[in-house]
Design a protein around this ligand. Sequence first.
Ligand code: ATP
Ligand code: MG
Length: 403
Amino acid sequence: MKNPQVLIVGTDPMLRDEFNAALRGAKKWSPVVHLALEQRQGLEIARNRRPEVICFEVRHDSSELIRFAEEAAIVTPESTVVAIFRPEDFDAGVEESSVVIDAMRAGVTDCLRRPLSTVELQQLFDRVLGAAPREQRELGRVISFVSNKGGAGKSSISVSSAVALAQDYPDDVLLVDTSLQLGVAAMMLDISPKTTIVDAIQESHRLDETLIRQIAAPSPYGLHVLAAPPDAVEASHVDDEGLSRIITLARRTYKFVIIDTYPMLDSVIMAALDLSDLVFVVFHATVPSVVGTAHFLDVLKKVGVAEARQRIVLNYNFPRVSGGLKAQDVVDRLGRDIQHVFPFQKKLITALNTGKPYAASCGKRFGFGKVLAGVVREIEATPGPGQRAPAAHQAMAVPGPRS
Ligand SMILES: Nc1ncnc2c1ncn2[C@@H]1O[C@H](COP(=O)(O)OP(=O)(O)OP(=O)(O)O)[C@@H](O)[C@H]1O
Ligand SMILES: [Mg+2]
């Protein structure tokens, strides 16, 4: 291996210099070094660069390291995560030995004390880079549906996609309803789950692949559901760390994890986006929605959801009106291709009242069902972590802006 890649994640700007200084003596290896000053950026670099080694700076205690190691294991399972620390950076009462034990439990096998030494770095690289490549475990795909405005059709399309997928993969699809204010997924499926996402969060320390299946409610369509919390008080238990943990475990258990979200970009939704292989951005055909979405797509990019992971979905959730925007008008204003255009389908509204999802009975050859089949094909074809990202799905696409 000629130029291995190393990612350093830490808030100390001196880390890179310290690392390079120690590395100068280790003649055998000359890695390309990347630096991320915060975790989210670190995960995005890890996802794109797939570094052989990720050095994570531990401060205060082990909690951030544990979370980072779990997420890194998902986005770049072949990387080796190494903890680096100065014991004096730990909070009062936090012992070095307990940090090392926590690190080991999180799958971090190497811990290096600062200042970094040439000998230790050399030994680390010999061990990691000289070893045979790690075996990769097949993980489920995580797919989110987002919008920056309410009522765009996230729940309709995410539930429809999950139902359609579950028909082909019964008991292998989990729908996670993160709509913390008012989740509708259970209503759309006409189920009254006794357990919700809050139970999964509260059990998160003993949660494993078996327990998550037990907590998720079954639906008549072979789809499993982690429903939204019943009220705002319960919703306050849902945080970014808990949701990350649930998604991380769910993708080890299910082939597909579909996430319905709410129109906000807070830390909980960011946790879902960080772990998503594809993010469907849903909006409808009005000028404010299009303008808002153009801005939202930029924001997504800035927070690390690169265009390759974004899919744009135009949803006609109201009947066509004279003077309404056509798909090509929307593309011109948006300045981006649209991958999927859902037509208005009034049976979706009937389905809301009957609790029988339209996706369970609609065909795949025309209208809403045909577009849905395109979304499902794209989800099925999505490579998981560690595989190459697909080109944007073109079959249903409305091409880019006219010049
Ligand atoms: N293609 C469509 N044709 C007809 N009606 C639709 C379509 N898509 C969505 N709707 C309707 O639009 C309304 C809003 O849809 P939905 O609840 O899925 O939006 P949402 O983005 O999840 O909203 P929120 O942000 O409040 O969670 C619902 O009444 C739904 O039945
Ligand atoms: Mg919704």
